[in-house]
Design a protein around this ligand. Sequence first.
Ligand code: LMR
Length: 393
Amino acid sequence: MTTFDALRPGKPDSILALMAAFREDPRENKIDLGVGVYKDASGNTPVMRAVKAAERRIVEEQTTKVYTGLAGDPAFGEALSGLVLGGRAPRERLSMVATPGGTGAVRQGMELMRLARPDCTVWLSDPTWPNHPAIVDHVGLKRRSYRYFDADTGAVDFAGMMESLGEVVAGDAVVLHGCCHNPTGANLALDQWRAVAELIAERGAVAFVDIAYQGFGDGLDADAAGLRLLVDRVPEALIAVSCSKNFGIYRERTGLLIALSANAKVTQGALASLNRLNYSFPPDHGARVVQTILGDDALRADWAGELEEVRGSMLGLREQLARELRDRIGSDRFGFLAEHRGMFSLLGATPEQVETMRREHGVYMVGDSRMNIAGLNATTVPRLAEAIVAAGV
Ligand code: LMR
């Protein structure tokens, strides 16, 4: 037996496996509601206007491609943390490193937890993005789930959530989705954020916020309002930021990990050394694009305007789908689809119904019935509604 015979393929990620199955389906009228990628009405994922303009400027003006720093260009961290935190947390308590995408930030955050508190428990919402538990397991931390979603109402089960979190102890990390909860689309109201912040602070736990869809829910500031409230209250937090979706730069791998702590200098050193150990310097191109856009009034306004259009189109699709379903079943049972925010909604179909929709109608959603609303358009919404009703959801 050779050394590598011992290897086993990693457990397939449900989202990535679905991407592959969709590609292989020869049907022309198939509908992709799988991976969280924004698509316009013609099914394209366009490069945003401001991104193109920033890239042109970078090509023209960049004079070197020498290494940045281990934390990436500090100006990127300043600009992006400003967008997320809106100046709310005291700067002297913040540390930050650029990371390869939001996933990189989640991974570095979990590694930081392991360095600081190897015996901690990481609390994840039930359900959550499948890569959360996978990363927690991979770095070797313990994890538990807290109740989050009420499948009957399609809303947050807040009483259940607070009851589960009643068992959080000092040093644990509580992972929260900053906005546009993935996969459910159901989000905490501001007073609920306040209560969770209070609980985390009282317990001496670490708030770990994954914010990957700022601007896709209720707007750039509204989507960060809960997180801003939280950082006002808790002494320690980790914030994993992704630019993949709201800047549409998925493949550039652009993210930031922000830490809020009492001794920001020490935390900064630990974060920089984690970057060094894992990949030395974080990728720069996407970060430079983001920094260029955020630092230029005209580009920033154009980007925010285009993001608003994207948000508006997803809201329109949500409303259309809820209406089409109401017209077909004569009840408002799917009204929650219009209340949810962001790219995703959990439909509440069984795995068998999900399979039927895929087989009979070429509708691809994740097995837990997560739908990427941005994968729809005005023409496919009625077909989806038809498939949902025909599958008996
Ligand atoms: C998703 O949940 O579909 C996205 O976050 C993409 C991914 O990497 O899974």
